[in-house]
Design a protein around this ligand. Structure first.
Ligand SMILES: *Cc1c(COP(=O)(O)O)cnc(C)c1O
Length: 457
């Protein structure tokens, strides 16, 4: 194991260059602060995407709003926009302070993408956006619609029949397949979702019940993606959603930021130098958290600090960003097994597109072990009555970890923000959970309860 070569270096040589890798390889919980973190003004110069791209995505979602409202009545209250609530979680904040003996400065809020319409996860942003973009491209190309028309007309039978000649395919650990699958099937596309063995059974069942073809693969997510891509490329009528490199997925996620800003303002929360914002985003391949973080940097510049969270057994983005090798390396190269209960985050190889885009914009990444996820899951139900899936609980440790002494010195003091921490806001991005069946949620809850009890003893 130790002698294995990874890009011409063995593990000891990697550890010598980046000492934190030792703890990462031992699947310890770590907190990495990004040494390349830079001012927004400087960092953005090196990125090819900009505000115009995000505005374009916002406008496209607005054009599709009447169509979505028609197909999914639950979105009618928001006029066909798919958006989630944000709530304060003071009781959970207190509980975290008590459980982990760590004072939390500032107010905690929960951004409940867990309760997004249609897909019940953050994937309702990127996944649905990309399917809509593809739909619009086809509709414009074939003269079914003009940009000025009411898009609800695309929901009629004639158009559904047109779309049924086309196939959409995607590789997924679960939630991306749910969002792409449900949306594509509604529009009329034939859909094939290629799923890894760790995908939850109920997600496969739900998709099949909606007419989606689910193909299962024994190995992990990367294999499912590879196979899906191959099959799709061989069929000229098929479109492949590329989770690792898609600009469209990324832009769909970016749109969250401008909407969050408005929600915060509606709660009388104004972010500035004296009132900094910290955001904690669970990370799999990187598209979801990356898109949201990029949008947030455009919206709040140097006053927002974005941190990703990964399972200790799937720290792909951490290894990719720390070494600067991004998609060239995977956790298995380092002998890490990529086995985690957090199925939404069980990704061994990060997106190089996301890693490069956020190279100087991301503040840091911490890792969390599976048991902690269950503890947080139960505690959140007991304190705030909110049910999340395990992956989505990862961000809840953010404020606790950020304020620990060694991180405080490395990040808060270094960037001169510690004095404003009393006035800060911590947004925990709750990325999924509302579609988890009750019996499975009960099992999660009980597991967390047992773990909490064993902590007390
Ligand atoms: C997909 C997912 C994430 C992470 O998104 P990536 O784009 O894979 O990084 C986080 N939480 C949940 C619940 C997810 O389904």
């Amino acid at each position: 194991m130790r002698n294995r070569e990874i890009l011409n270096k063995n593990i000891d040589e990697w550890i010598k260059e980046f000492p934190l890798i030792k703890e990462v390889v031992d699947t310890k919980m770590v907190f990495w602060t990004n040494p390349k973190y830079n001012s927004f003004e400087e960092a953005i110069k090196k990125v090819s995407l900009n505000e115009k791209d995000v505005e374009d995505a916002e406008k496209r979602l607005e054009r599709f709003a009447p169509f979505i409202a028609k197909h999914f009545p639950e979105t009618e209250i928001l006029n066909g926009l798919i958006e989630s609530p944000i709530v304060r979680i003071p009781k959970m904040e207190k509980a975290l302070e008590n459980m982990f003996c760590q004072e939390i400065l500032g107010d905690m809020l929960l951004k409940m993408d867990s309760h997004l319409a249609i897909a019940g996860s953050i994937k309702a942003r990127g996944g649905i956006y990309e399917v809509l973009k593809h739909t619009e491209d086809l509709a414009l190309e074939h003269g079914l619609i003009t940009l000025e028309e009411d898009y609800s007309k695309l929901a009629n039978e004639k158009h559904r029949e047109f779309f049924s000649k086309y196939t959409v395919q995607v590789g997924s650990t679960g939630n991306l397949g749910m969002s792409i699958g449900i949306m594509s099937a509604k529009i009329g596309f034939k859909v094939i979702v290629h799923m890894s063995s760790d995908a939850k059974q109920w997600k496969k069942d739900l998709l099949r019940s909606r007419g989606v073809i689910v193909k299962e693969y024994e190995s992990d997510y990367s294999k499912a993606v590879e196979e899906g891509r191959k099959l799709s490329d061989a069929d000229p009528m098929s479109y492949f959603v590329d989770d690792e490199n898609s600009r469209n997925l990324f832009l769909g996620y970016c749109v969250a930021a401008g909407r969050l800003k408005k929600q915060l303002e509606g709660m009388n929360i104004f972010i500035d130098k004296e009132h900094p914002l910290f955001v904690y985003l669970p990370c799999g391949v990187g598209g979801g958290p990356g898109g949201v973080a990029f949008g947030l940097k455009l919206a709040f510049k140097d006053n927002v600090h974005c941190f990703f969270v990964e399972p200790t057994h799937s720290p792909c983005m951490l290894l990719g960003m720390m070494t600067g090798k991004h998609q060239q390396i995977c956790v298995q190269d380092f002998g890490i097994d990529n086995i985690t209960e957090a199925d939404g985050l069980a990704v061994g190889r990060p997106s190089g597109f996301v890693g490069n885009t956020l190279e100087e914009l991301l503040s840091g990444i911490y890792t969390i072990e599976d048991n902690k996820l269950y503890v947080l899951l139960s505690k959140l139900i007991d304190t705030e009555g909110v049910k999340l899936e395990p992956s989505a609980c990862a961000g809840l440790m953010g404020p606790v970890n950020l304020l620990k002494n060694e991180v405080k010195v490395k990040y808060l003091n270094k960037n001169n923000i510690f004095d404003n921490m009393e006035n800060s806001y911590h947004v925990v991005w709750a990325t999924g959970g509302s579609m988890v069946p009750d019996d499975i949620m009960n099992d999660y809850y009980n597991k967390g309860k047992e773990l909490i009890e064993s902590m007390i003893q």
